[in-house]
Ligand binder design. Structure first.
Ligand code: RRO
Length: 319
């Protein structure tokens, strides 16, 4: 049940977007890892009013994640080493998913794995489940920086990325998105490989590898040592990643994510080439950030004479 406000956009602006075969009523999604596994944000705003909620990445088995501290505020952002904590797919199917669907949210389910086999097992379990139609896509997280210090970053390698996606596609029939990493100079190549292996869209970008040292203890501050930097500090990195992938692969849909904190920063990612935008870190300080940013995108469109949000996609590439 929604305990927060319900919203309606300014008249005259069509905010529907198309990401491959997925049509969403709004360009704004909650990013994986920042909206929990279920209806956690439902008390703050109407989850059905935004495009979709991407749940935190799941694996077949429950996973405890990394030792604390796991999150720390940084200049213009935050760093995390959560380490993929999750309840496991079976528990999510019985608890998190029904709660989320009850809010009328559209859902993008996310999976992770340490190996091609683990991704395949996760896709198999989800693909064999009797999922409601609200589950519109699967986001394959190939880019978590916090598993064994980043050693399982499939998104560093076009071949490994393609291997995972082929196995997932063999077991999962609904649309598949690949979440990729900014921590590689091969991002554009990896995105192309993901598209060729069956990803209908790529989500750009996951967090940027970083570290904070505690000057008191003179040791790394996060429990796992290294972490992933997010928030406004990484926004220009996300804009560049989206722009470069759009230039190289103009027909591959992109979901932009990274430091979106306002309507204008969301619009920037759309102009760079994204078809939709995820809001992540902003949600930690302001749980209804996605709804506010959704409103601000519509206001921006109205103020700039834009009648369809989808017309913004890729406009920064005009000669
Ligand atoms: O759980 C995490 O530590 C985590 C994940 Br799965 C991810 O994809 N990105 C990130 O910064 N942290």
């Amino acid at each position: 049940m929604t305990r927060g406000r319900t919203r309606s956009g300014p008249a005259g602006v069509d905010r529907a977007v198309q990401i491959g075969t997925v049509t969403l009523p709004s360009p704004i999604l909650c990013a994986s890892g920042t909206a929990g596994h279920g209806d956690e944000l439902g008390r703050y705003f109407d989850l059905g009013s935004i495009g979709a909620v991407v749940v935190k990445s799941l694996s077949v088995e429950a996973w405890a994640g990394n030792p604390p501290p796991r999150v720390h505020q940084t200049p213009a952002g935050m760093i995390n080493s959560v380490g993929l904590q999750g309840p496991g797919i079976d528990s999510w199917l019985h608890h998190g998913l029904p709660a989320l669907v009850a809010t009328r949210a559209r859902v993008v389910v996310s999976i992770w794995g340490r190996s091609v086999e683990e991704f395949a097992e996760a896709a198999e379990e989800l693909g064999g489940a009797d999922l409601p139609p609200e589950v519109v896509a699967l986001e394959v997280n190939l880019s978590c920086p916090n598993l064994d210090g980043g050693s399982h970053l499939f998104a560093h390698d076009p071949g490994a990325t393609a291997d995972v996606l082929r196995e997932v596609r063999a077991r999962w029939e609904r649309p598949t998105w690949a979440k990729l990493s900014p921590n590689t100079e091969r991002l554009v190549e990896v995105a192309g490989a993901a598209g060729a292996a069956g990803a209908e869209a790529v989500t750009l970008v996951n967090t940027v590898m970083g570290m904070v040292i505690d000057t008191g203890t003179r040791r790394p501050l996060l429990g796992a040592g290294r972490g992933g930097l997010s928030g406004p500090a990484i926004h220009p990195i996300a804009v560049r990643a989206v722009f470069d992938c759009r230039a190289a692969h103009p027909t591959l849909p992109i979901v932009g994510v990274g430091g979106v904190a306002s309507g204008a920063t969301a619009v920037e990612l759309l102009l760079a080439g994204a078809s939709a935008v995820q809001v992540g870190t902003a949600t930690f300080a302001e749980p209804a950030a996605a709804a506010r940013i959704d409103d601000e995108v519509l206001s921006w469109c109205r103020d700039h004479g834009v009648s369809r949000v989808s017309d913004l996609t890729g406009q920064a590439h005009r000669p």
